[in-house]
Ligand binder design. Structure first.
Ligand SMILES: [Zn+2]
Length: 269
């Protein structure tokens, strides 16, 4: 929420304000609806279930959910996080995934306005939500999700590179390379899904931005991992999914990359 508030600071001229508010509200609602679909993709694709059939059911009592139960966020709030039939608890990850998609869609639009970077950003958010759900639930980053997004990112960057296309080429090599190196030295402490994911993210972000993305991912990953161990929520050496951290780092770097780098360089000048 605070991200959205901060970004109002960057709002364009007053004449554009109404238009910006209109498009932001539209993208927020679109994000809520798509977020609900992304949850389904993240939960079903890794276990090779169809994303359209069967229709959504309560995982406890198997009652088929009615349209009333499927309104993003609102259904969850109205039913106080419980199934209306068997009263079993509904995971808060569902409304959180929906809300995150809606807010991040707005966040991307407020940063990049009417540009192709916005489309790239919306795709990046979509990929992030699906992979996060899948990695948190199954510790898996499905090839099929990555393969659906790859052609879109390839074409967008070939047509609209940040500086030159080589920046993105070397970004992909660096992103995939650094994770492959970690996989080799930790002997499988990280999955091959992470390598492919960060290679794709490197292509999208480019060489300069993939570096802060990796540093942020490691920082947040060690803070969260350390915290979970400290409070004994996980056992020592129990693996935690790294995909969500790579994605958080990449989204931050995608929007703030140039600011982070110029701040870093200004320390030395
Ligand atoms: Zn139920």
């Amino acid at each position: 929420m605070s991200l959205v508030l901060i970004s109002f600071y960057y709002l364009p001229k007053e004449s554009d304000l109404q238009m910006t508010l209109f498009i932001s509200s539209y993208l927020f609602i679109l994000g809520l609806i798509l977020g609900s679909f992304y949850n389904v993709v993240g939960l079903r694709v890794p276990v090779r279930e169809s994303i359209v059939h069967p229709p959504s059911r309560c995982p406890s009592c198997e009652t088929r959910l009615k349209p009333f139960d499927l309104i993003p966020v609102i259904s969850y709030l109205l039913s106080r996080g419980k199934c209306r039939h068997c009263c079993s608890r509904v995971s808060p990850l569902y409304p959180l995934g929906e809300l995150a998609t809606g807010l991040l869609f707005v966040w991307i639009y407020l940063n990049f306005g009417n540009s192709w970077e916005t489309l790239t950003g919306l795709l990046l958010v979509s990929l992030s939500v699906m992979i996060t759900v899948s990695d948190l639930k199954y510790m898996l980053i499905p090839n099929r999700i990555l393969l659906v997004f790859t052609p879109f990112f390839l074409v967008l960057r070939l047509l609209y590179p940040l500086e030159s296309i080589w920046l993105h080429f070397w970004g992909a090599i660096a992103g995939g390379g650094v994770l492959l190196f970690i996989v080799v030295i930790t002997r499988g402490g990280m999955g091959s899904g992470d390598v492919k994911l960060f290679c794709l993210l490197g292509w999208v972000l480019g060489l300069y931005n993939i570096i802060p993305a990796f540093i942020i991912a490691c920082l947040i990953g060690s803070v969260v991992g350390g915290g979970l161990m400290l409070f004994k929520l996980i056992k020592p050496k129990q693996p935690i999914p790294f995909g969500p951290f790579l994605l958080i780092g990449s989204l931050l770097s995608f929007t703030f990359g140039s600011t982070i780098i110029s701040f870093y360089l200004s320390i030395f000048n």
